[in-house]
Design a protein around this ligand. Structure first.
Ligand SMILES: Cc1cc2nc3c(=O)[nH]c(=O)nc-3n(C[C@H](O)[C@H](O)[C@H](O)COP(=O)(O)O)c2cc1C
Length: 193
């Protein structure tokens, strides 16, 4: 029997400090869909990783660059980001944008191209966000969604879909069944090559 080798690799970046929080719950639902469609999934909780802010040294932009000059937990993540076919980025809304954990990660992605030319191009991306306000505009969620849209359009990555909803207590978002179904469907879509 020949082994199946075409399964999509999905890397999940979780940007909430709450391990059973709402954005993580949404991401888990995306994972459920992706795994049902045959993908292999790895999750990384950004909170608790040693990820320093970008120091704007531009070492990653030098012609002979060996990558990001900061030797911390982003180094193995760069490798995983490159190897994955798709990424799930999950974040709560904090102060009308993404969480600091997510933004630190995003800023450090500035160096990804120094590990592989065109590293973002065609990368399939799903975004999951939660917020306490009832409205995605008033909560500030839309600011973060726009950031992801602009950033990933700039580097020619492909946002497959974005799921987001209102909830406050950890896991409360589960009661939004329509959103849960939407997230699972996004996972199936993400896992398509
Ligand atoms: C520091 C902090 C800032 C927050 N800022 C906002 C905000 O600007 N808008 C909003 O609607 N909710 C805000 N919230 C509420 C969270 O977005 C909300 O509880 C969300 O569901 C948390 O997601 P999580 O469970 O994945 O951490 C904030 C919560 C915290 C702790």
């Amino acid at each position: 029997m020949t082994e199946k080798t075409d399964s999509q690799k999905i890397l999940v970046l979780l940007g909430s400090p709450r391990k059973k929080g709402n954005s993580t719950t949404l991401a888990e639902q995306i994972v459920k869909g992706a795994e049902a469609a045959g993908a292999t999934v790895e999750k990384i909780y950004l909170h608790g990783q040693n990820i320093a802010p970008c120091q704007a040294c531009y070492a990653c932009r030098k012609p002979d660059s060996k990558g990001c000059a900061i030797d911390d937990d982003m180094q193995p993540i760069y490798k995983k980001l490159i190897e994955a076919d798709g990424w799930v980025i999950a974040s709560p809304v904090y102060w009308f944008s993404m969480s600091a954990q997510t933004k630190l990660f995003l800023d450090r992605c500035f160096a990804l191209l120094s590990y592989k030319k065109g590293a973002f191009a065609g990368k399939r991306i799903a975004v999951a966000m939660s917020y306490a306000d009832a409205d995605p505009f008033i909560s500030g969620c839309v600011n973060a969604l726009r950031t992801f849209q602009d950033a990933f359009a700039y580097v020619k990555a492909n946002i497959v879909g974005m799921v987001y909803g209102s909830a406050d207590k950890p896991g409360e978002i589960k009661s939004n069944q329509a959103l849960m179904a939407e997230a699972e469907a996004l996972g199936r879509q993400l896992a398509k090559s």
